[in-house]
Design a binder for this molecule. Structure first.
Ligand code: LLP
Length: 418
């Protein structure tokens, strides 16, 4: 469910005509719907109400401060993976006791900053990291809560680059290692090793892999309890899939129904880390057709957004629906031509969509859907292209939440050495 809908021939975001946004702010422009973000957050919140979990929105999906603030204001916590994300969490005044911190490569400085801020929990991904957090905590004379990230070795059936819960990936620790650490947890004097974390991958459309992973963890928790190791937190991660094309992902309700029976009789506090589910379908990129280039072997619609703006198609061959911002009946022939929608970047991998049928001509606007998660947050300045402007629609109002970069931003911090 989202609030990007046609009224007549015009695409609207909530109460605002998308073409008017493109005219006012230029293209490419990221457009987000506040109502969609809130409704998606509430869907998870409601589905899991019985156990009132801490829902830590995963900042990496879309880290714009305006979006973080919307979620923090309705009670969300934040899942961070870097010092930069901690900085953002602080900027939106997220309560420190609602911040959890994963990542396989936390530096000492990042660990120190997070301890000083008093975050709820580190999700620890290796033994050396555990020792390092203990060392920093000792220096700061603070006792720190940590959860151990288990790699449960389950197949989440998603793109190979976004699987994180199989044993050949760099994430988490195997169950036996985790069990051993729990049994020796008193060796870490400055740590309370009191939680378990899993995150098995992203864009997972079925509940089965989650259930499989949670079952493994329940067995581990049971074993540990028998040995007198009691825990406080069970963080089941994020990963809920959304609709990009014709997927039929589980709803938050169905997901909750499947996993709640395994969580509700436990005394542990549950943490969730959704990212894509909340913002994925709450954002689009609007781009303008620069040229139509038909060649004897292939037809191209060349647009002004490229892989630097939206990397997902290039990196994962991800499918994003591309639709006209104004449905056009004037030119009746173009939509019979199968075309690739490509950007201006000097790479053959720079495409937003392949083999599409679109009734467009030069200067028409196109909307790339499902761009709210891992869209702007993965964008870059490749080919020295300033990053796009981001706007948030709230009912009939449009707010610029990040201005378009200028050429001067591109060279910020650079220095010519003579
Ligand atoms: N928790 C942890 C520890 C994570 O690593 C992630 C995402 C999440 C939560 C949120 O996952 P979500 O609910 O959004 O699936 N760039 C890729 C996705 C990478 C996901 C990385 N980790 C893409 O565009 O598909």
């Amino acid at each position: 469910m989202h609030y990007f809908k046609y009224r007549g021939k015009e695409l609207y975001c909530e109460g605002v005509k998308v073409s008017s946004i493109a005219v006012k702010f230029g293209t490419p422009v990221y457009v987000y719907s506040k109502r969609t973000i809130l409704e998606h957050f509430q869907k998870i919140d409601k589905a899991f109400k019985k156990i009132s979990p801490l829902i830590c929105y995963s900042i990496k999906a879309n880290s714009n401060l305006a979006i973080l603030k919307i979620l923090v204001q309705v009670g969300a916590g934040l899942d961070i993976v870097s010092g930069g994300e901690l900085y953002r969490a602080r900027e939106v005044k997220c309560s420190s006791k609602k911040i959890v911190y994963a990542s396989v490569g936390k530096t000492e400085d990042e660990i120190r900053a997070a301890i000083k801020y008093g975050i709820l929990l580190f999700n620890v991904e290796s033994f050396p990291e555990l020792s390092r957090i203990n060392k920093v905590a000792r220096e700061l004379r603070k006792k720190v809560d940590v959860a151990l990230r288990v790699n449960p070795d389950v197949e989440p059936k998603t793109h190979k680059y976004i699987i994180t819960g199989k044993k050949e990936t760099k994430f988490g620790m195997d169950i036996d290692t985790v069990r051993d650490i729990f049994l020796k947890r008193d060796d870490f004097r400055y740590l309370d090793v009191c939680g378990i974390h899993i995150h098995i991958g992203s864009q997972i459309t079925q509940s089965a892999p989650f259930i499989k992973a949670i079952k493994k963890i329940k067995t581990l928790i049971g074993d540990l309890a028998k040995k007198g190791v009691d825990l406080k937190y069970f963080n089941i991660g994020g990963g809920l899939g959304i609709v990009y094309d014709d997927e039929t992902p589980q709803t938050a309700e169905v997901f909750a129904k499947a996993v709640l029976p395994m969580l509700k009789d436990s005394s542990l506090s549950t943490i969730l880390e959704p990212g894509r589910f909340i913002v994925g379908n709450a954002g689009i990129v609007v781009t303008k057709v620069s040229y139509i280039k038909d060649t004897p072997s292939k037809n191209f619609i060349i647009v002004d957004a490229g892989m630097n703006d939206l990397l997902r198609p290039s990196l994962y061959e991800a499918y994003h629906k591309i639709i006209p911002v104004t449905q056009n009946t004037k030119h009746k022939t173009r939509n019979t031509k199968k075309s690739d929608v490509v950007g201006p970047i000097c790479e053959s991998g720079d495409f937003l969509g392949k083999d599409r049928y679109l009734n467009v001509e030069e200067d028409d606007y196109l909307a790339v859907l499902g761009a709210g998660a891992y869209g702007f947050s993965m964008s870059s300045n490749y080919n020295s292209r300033p990053r796009a402007v981001e706007v948030l629609v709230d009912g009939n109002n449009v707010h610029c939440i990040r201005k378009r970069e200028a050429y001067s931003d591109l060279i910020k911090g650079e220095r010519i050495v003579s």
